[in-house]
Each structure stands twice: as structure tokens, then as C-alpha cells.
Design a protein around this ligand. Structure first.
Ligand code: FMN
Length: 306
């Protein structure tokens, strides 16, 4: 600790040595980055979304670069929860970094069963619930677009695990505060936001959608100001801590999120350009605190002046 700044944060029961995590789907299962980054220096690693069974994801092409970011429709490819536990989690457990497992499903029961299997697995520090997936029992609408369904989902998962629960709210809703409160009242320990923003890219020469899935999700610097507003609104609506993400490319955006009300942040798309970005963000937060006479990173949270 160069400047003697206390960087520790507690994210709803997850003890992080600094407030910087990596976002789901942008850092694999950690092991892929082992030769590039000292993974043990991260505040937490959120792994790629996992459901009950292995899942192949969408056909190619499934990502495209756009000005200010990228649009992806990976389609939640993954090894299934048992494959994750067997083949991937031992590496991160060995690295000593808290692991947040991103969970998805197509029914309440599936989310709850995945969460139950993760309870007590060495290294697993918490569960992030990706609510931006279709609910087959409700006509395929995403869980995250109805606050009552979000609340029911959180409550159902809560009954099956003691792990900290972090619903990851969808950004494309009319009033984020309603969803934030619904999740908190149902038993969430923290909130995570934002997920990608629904988007589409068309090749004007062929007049076809670029992605095989036709539509995808926008991430990267283009979504950062949208995310700051949503994090600010959500943080005013709840008492539980917020893990903020969306367009972080350096310390400035992370600090902005924390000033807006986030307790911790996650670096996503920037990992594809420079996987050492999270380490640069950690150093930048520490230097900022020293420069502004703040004793800890926690002192930044919610320090907005309005
Ligand atoms: C290629 C890719 C894959 C992603 N996979 C997941 C996922 O499996 N589950 C999830 O909740 N979010 C997923 N996300 C969303 C990110 O975790 C993050 O919320 C979003 O990209 C915003 O952060 P960013 O702008 O820093 O990338 C994915 C994003 C990208 C770019």
C-alpha cells in the first residue's frame, strides 16, 4: 500500500481487498488470464454466466465492434454449474480471490437449483443473478423487466443458499429504483448494474444483421454515462451496496461510479483491449484518495455533491 489508503470494501458480505472486480463474460473463468494478470490482486472475479446444464451459446458471428464499444450475443455459453465447480473454480480458489458466480436460468427453479449447488463450494463468495434472460413460464419476457418477477426470483434463490445474493439489474427499465427496492426487500445483499443495453447492427451492403442472433447487447465506453445515472438512482433507493459496471476504461470512470454511490466496480469490455486495466484502476483509485485526502476507498462511495 504505497499511500497507506485503506482499499478494503465489503460488498454485502463479500470481503474485497480493493473495490475492483472484473465483469461477468469479459474475464472467462480467470484461468485464461493467468499469464497476463496477477489474478490474486483483483478485488473479486465474476465468472461467465452459468446455468444448470452445459450450454453452447449462439452461432457465430456473435460480437461486433462499434464506435465506443461492442455489441455481443454470445448467448451465455458455459460448462454448466457442475462443470464450473469441477473444472474451473479450483484455479480461482487457489489464487485466493473471491469468486462471484454469475447465474442464469429459464425458470425460478433453475436459478435456485444452481445457487443451491454453489453453496459451500470452496472459493465461491457470492452469486450474481443475471435477470436479463427469458423466463419461459412468462412468455419469454426477461425476468428483469418486471419488479414482481425479480422479487420472486430473489426470494426463491434466497431460500436455497446462504451465499450473498447480488441481482444484476437490467438497464432497459423505466424506473430502476423500483427494481432496486424490489430486489432489496426480497433479500438481496447487494445489487449489480448495469448489464448490456439491447442493441443491433446492420451491414448496409448485405442489408443483413451483423450478428447471427440479429440483436445483442451494447457494452463499453458508450454506455458509461447511462450506467452512472442508473447507479446514482439505484443507490438513492436502497441501503444495500452496489457493484457498478459499464464502460470503465481507467480509474476515472471507476471513481465516478463510486462518487455516484457504488461500493465497488467491475471492469468489463476494457479487458479485451488491455487485461491489466483492473490493476490500473486499483492504483488510480488509491492515488486519487491520497490526492484528495481520503483515508479509504469507502470514503468515496456516495460522496457526490449536489
Ligand atoms: C462478451 C460479453 C459477455 C458477457 N457475458 C455476460 C454474462 O454471461 N452474464 C452477465 O450477467 N453479463 C454479461 N456481460 C455483461 C458484462 O458483465 C457487463 O455488465 C457489461 O458489459 C457492461 O460493462 P462494460 O461496459 O465494462 O463491458 C457480458 C458482456 C460482454 C461484453
Amino acid at each position: 500500500m504505497v499511500n497507506d489508503i485503506d482499499l478494503c470494501v465489503n460488498l454485502g458480505g463479500i470481503a474485497m481487498k480493493n473495490p475492483v472486480a472484473v465483469a461477468s463474460g469479459t474475464f472467462g473463468y480467470g484461468c485464461e488470464y493467468a499469464g497476463l494478470v496477477d489474478v490474486s490482486r483483483l478485488g473479486a472475479v465474476t465468472v461467465k454466466g452459468v446455468r444448470l446444464q452445459p450450454w453452447p451459446g449462439n452461432p457465430l458471428p456473435r460480437h461486433v465492434e462499434v464506435p465506443g464499444g461492442m455489441v455481443n450475443a454470445i448467448g451465455l455459453q458455459g460448462p454448466g454449474v457442475d462443470g464450473l465447480i469441477r473444472d474451473y473454480l479450483p484455479f480461482l480458489h487457489g489464487a485466493g480471490v473471491p469468486v462471484i458466480v454469475n447465474v442464469w436460468g429459464t425458470s425460478e427453479e433453475e436459478y435456485a437449483e444452481v445457487a443451491a449447488r454453489l453453496d459451500g463450494v470452496p472459493g465461491v463468495a457470492g452469486i450474481e443473478l443475471n435477470v436479463s434472460c427469458p423466463n419461459v413460464k412468462e412468455g419469454g419476457h426477461a425476468f428483469g423487466t418486471d419488479p414482481r418477477i425479480v422479487a420472486a426470483l430473489v426470494a426463491a434463490v434466497r431460500r436455497r443458499t446462504r451465499l450473498p445474493l447480488i441481482p444484476k439489474l437490467a438497464p432497459n427499465v423505466p424506473a430502476i429504483a423500483v427494481f432496486a427496492r424490489a430486489a432489496e426487500e426480497a433479500g438481496a445483499d447487494a445489487l449489480s448494474l448495469i448489464n448490456t443495453i439491447p442493441a443491433m447492427v446492420i451491414d448496409i451492403e448485405t442489408r443483413r444483421p451483423v450478428l447471427a442472433n440479429t440483436v445483442g447487447g451494447l457494452s463499453g465506453p458508450a454506455i458509461h454515462p447511462v450506467a452512472v445515472k442508473l447507479v446514482w438512482e439505484a443507490s438513492r433507493a436502497v441501503r444495500i451496496p452496489i457493484l457498478a459496471m459499464g464502460g470503465i476504461t481507467g480509474p476515472e470512470q471507476a471513481i465516478e461510479f463510486m462518487i455516484a454511490g457504488a461500493a465497488a466496480v467491475a471492469v468489463g469490455t476494457a479487458n479485451f483491449i488491455d487485461p491489466t486495466t483492473p490493476l490500473r484502476v486499483i492504483a488510480g483509485i488509491e492515488a486519487y484518495c491520497a490526492r484528495h485526502g481520503l483515508p479509504s476507498a469507502r470514503a468515496l462511495t456516495g460522496s457526490i455533491r449536489i
